[in-house]
Write a protein that binds this ligand. Structure first.
Ligand code: PLP
Length: 386
């Protein structure tokens, strides 16, 4: 099998599992316990927090461990908006882009439905890019929080996050970015990016599913969403997932050590794969920004097919990929990301996304490009015979 669906999830790296193992077995303590087992779990959690903070360029106290990217996004968008609205009821607007992951989009919709917020959606251009001008136009005196993702999960477009964060900061508006797909590929220094909050998720990076973190700049108002024992300095209650935090820290450190080399190598492979697909499939269109894109994502529309049929045919040939995001898999609706980019619904339904982790090889991608050409030709041939 050639696995080209790393944006959906990745296998746990051996080094990550080895780092986690003690905290799943002998060192199984609860870090809130006041005996030696608890203290050693607390020490591991503190070390993981420092390590994640080093990867993000922030202070350990600015890292909140969560159950993953979805929870980190919810905590940032709802937590900041609700805390600020409670202090000043005129802060009742939320700004998001038109291509956010549902974890951000649905958080904004929840605020509208239950807390009276207005949601201002910033449009994107045909490449999926949020322009600074469009973003600035959406910011208003009543904006409580703005959230624009770092890199898109369906088409890989990388947003000008530092420029957008600067625009928000000048207006005193906290800025959150969903860096779930960017982590491991793009610089995550939160001070250089100028963001107030940033979400990451372990399972996109070689750590297990169910662990993630939110960077939240100190002194940013944040209403907790999960109440209970007051863990994570009251920002996220619940017994800490020590092994998950250790795994996330190990995966981030590994990714960081090799990031520059891997990003360059995988970008070159992505470009060769893209060229081979465009050459081998008449009418194929690359989606997303041609230059400002993740090294790890090559996404296309194949007009005249159905994305789902191409996927099935590719899987039959041993190539596993997806039609867009795993969250939308199986849905008949055309991708909201692609339609926001101005792609007609009928063409959006022909989308296929190939996404790679650092283990991808030129041989696999050469074979996959041939399989794509054959699969699309097969699906078109079948459609013509009907
Ligand atoms: N944000 C983006 C951009 C994603 O791609 C994903 C996962 O697909 C998430 C958030 C959700 O992360 P998790 O699966 O850890 O909840």
């Amino acid at each position: 099998m050639i696995f080209l669906d790393a944006a959906a999830t990745t296998p746990v790296r051996r080094e990550v599992l080895e780092a986690m193992w003690p905290y799943l077995t002998g060192e199984f303590g609860n870090p809130s316990s006041h005996h030696s087992l608890g203290e050693s779990a607390a020490a591991a959690l503190a070390a993981a927090r420092s390590s994640v903070a080093a990867a993000l360029g922030c202070r350990p106290g600015e890292v909140v461990f969560t159950s993953g990217g979805t929870e980190a996004d919810n905590l940032a968008v709802k937590g900041i908006a609700l805390a600020r609205q409670a202090m000043d009821p005129s802060l009742n607007r939320v700004v998001i882009s038109a291509v956010e992951h549902p974890a951000v989009e649905e958080s904004a919709r929840y605020l509208a439905k239950f807390h009276g917020f207005a949601v201002d959606v910033v449009p994107v251009d045909g490449n999926g890019l949020v322009t600074p001008g469009a973003f600035a136009a959406a910011l208003q005196p009543g904006t409580a929080v703005a959230s624009v993702m770092y890199a898109n999960n369906e088409v890989g477009t990388v947003q000008p996050v530092a420029a957008l964060a600067d625009l928000a900061r000048r207006r005193g508006i906290p800025f959150h970015t969903d860096a779930v797909q960017a982590a491991g590929w793009l610089p995550l220094d939160v001070r250089a990016l100028g963001v107030d909050a940033l979400s990451i998720s372990g399972h996109k990076l070689g750590a297990p599913k169910g662990c993630g973190a939110l960077y939240i700049r100190s002194r940013t108002s944040l209403e907790p969403l999960v109440h209970g024992g007051g863990q994570e300095r009251g920002r996220r209650s619940g017994t800490s997932n020590v092994a998950g935090a250790v795994g996330l820290a190990a995966a981030l450190a590994l990714a960081r050590a090799r990031q520059d080399e891997e990003a360059g190598r995988v970008s070159a492979l992505r470009d060769a794969f893209t060229a081979a697909v465009l050459a081998g499939v008449p009418g194929a269109e690359l989606t997303g920004h041609p230059v400002h894109r993740l090294p790890s994502v090559a996404s296309f529309c194949f007009p005249g097919t159905s994305g789902e049929s191409v996927l099935l045919e590719l899987e039959r040939q041993g190539v596993v990929c997806s039609s867009g995001s795993a969250c939308a898999a199986g849905s008949d609706e055309p991708s909201a990301v692609l339609t926001a980019m101005g792609i007609p619904a009928g063409v959006a339904q022909t989308a296929v996304r190939f996404s790679f982790d650092a283990s991808v090889s030129a041989e696999d991608l050469d074979a996959a490009a041939l399989a794509v050409a054959a699969a699309v030709a097969g699906v078109k041939g079948l459609a013509n015979r009907r």
